[in-house]
Design a protein around this ligand. Structure first.
Ligand SMILES: Cc1cc2nc3c(=O)[nH]c(=O)nc-3n(C[C@H](O)[C@H](O)[C@H](O)COP(=O)(O)O)c2cc1C
Length: 163
């Protein structure tokens, strides 16, 4: 069962979840880069307002073809209670997402706001079948908390696809 794990991460937390998910369930990792190249301060001064407005970043890769996969996992950092502009753009960059099972996840300082709902809505608008959403806090991740809730979701989807 082919799993594609797509994520944006500026400071490493969302990447950590993505890599741990890949270690547990397998799957290819796709790191989305925001070409704005934010500094730490720039993320707050320029990035957060853009996230709040739901803007799309210029990203690399510009096209993300998931047509060869069965399941797509998409992860975003929370910026100002929203997905990042890079993730907004990544959803637009997906090719072959129609009808595909998907799960979404985010990492935050503890106030994820409407991030998971927003990602779910955008993916659904692209025709994905979003089957679950999991929120992680930086504190939990630092303490090595398991990512079972997310890995189990993917495993469950794999089971359903086999039968
Ligand atoms: C610009 C900016 C805005 C943020 N806004 C929020 C927020 O609204 N709520 C929250 O709980 N954490 C917020 N955070 C914390 C991040 O969501 C958290 O550190 C996340 O794990 C970062 O992911 P990354 O390490 O993959 O880049 C913000 C961080 C940045 C840089």
């Amino acid at each position: 069962m082919a799993v594609c794990i797509i994520y944006h991460s500026e400071t490493g937390n969302t990447r950590t979840v993505a890599e741990r998910l890949s270690a547990e369930v397998g799957g290819d990792l796709v790191a989305v880069r925001d070409l704005a190249g934010y500094s730490k301060v720039g993320m707050y001064l320029r990035g957060a307002p853009r996230a709040l407005r739901g803007e799309l970043a210029r990203i690399e890769p510009a096209v993300i073809d998931v047509s060869g996969y069965d399941i797509v996992a998409l992860g975003t950092p929370v910026w100002a209670g929203n997905p990042t502009p890079a993730v907004n753009a990544a959803i637009g960059a997906l090719v072959g997402i129609e009808g595909k099972a998907a799960v979404v996840f985010c990492t935050s300082g503890g106030m994820p706001g409407k991030t998971l709902e927003a990602v779910t809505a955008m993916l659904s608008n692209r025709g994905a079948d979003v089957r679950g959403a999991v929120s992680f806090t930086v504190q939990d991740l630092r303490q090595g908390a398991p990512i079972d809730a997310l890995a189990d979701l993917v495993r469950q989807l794999e089971k359903e696809k086999v039968v």
